[in-house]
Write a protein of this length. Structure first.
Length: 187
């Protein structure tokens, strides 16, 4: 203290900040997804919403079973995209748990991709061929492709992400100041 230095300088080090902290805007960040997956998530949200809205505009149907199934699936896909995207882009990602969010996302994307494709096929076989129905079907197929592309991306990325996490945890050296006794002065 005689030379103006603080008592705690030699034993403390600044806290490490998460690499995602600097990328936050209004509490939101896209760092957990990456640009490709963020684009796919936005496509899933937008295309399923458009398919749902176009399907809702349809006034008359002769065979309504395919329409009702398509309505249910497009609405569910849209409503399930919102909380997943919210979890990835906010602090809920850390609070809920990274593994739980990724596992939930994996299963939602897999099931929605398959069911949306099935609903689009059924609706395309049972529609009345009006322009609104055709547009809804096209957006349904595009949404299915976005879900399936995201599923494939997660499957290809899965083993690589696990190896990266394991290497990150095992290669962390301890801070040298933490290995030293608190008081090196003779008594």
């Amino acid at each position: 203290m005689e030379n103006g230095s603080s008592v705690y300088e030699p034993t403390t080090s600044p806290a490490e900040q998460s690499p995602h902290k600097g990328l936050r805007y209004c509490g939101c960040t896209a760092a957990h997804l990456g640009p490709v997956r963020l684009f796919l998530k936005a496509l899933q949200l937008g295309l399923s919403f458009l398919a749902f809205v176009l399907e809702e505009i349809i006034d008359v149907c002769t065979s309504c079973g395919g329409l009702y199934f398509f309505e249910f699936v497009s609405c569910c896909a849209f409503l399930l995209c919102i909380p997943i995207l919210a979890m990835y882009c906010t602090s809920l990602y850390e609070r809920v748990g990274k593994d739980q969010v990724k596992q939930l996302d994996f299963w939602i994307v897999a099931v929605m991709g398959f069911v949306f494709l099935l609903a689009s096929i059924i609706f395309s076989a049972t529609n009345d061929r009006t322009s609104i129905e055709v547009a809804a079907i096209v957006f349904g197929f595009f949404a299915s492709i976005a879900f399936i592309a995201d599923f494939v991306k997660m499957c290809l990325q899965g083993p690589h992400a696990r190896k990266e996490t394991q290497q990150e945890n095992t290669n962390r050296p301890l801070n040298p100041a933490e290995n030293q006794p608190l008081n090196n002065q003779p008594v």
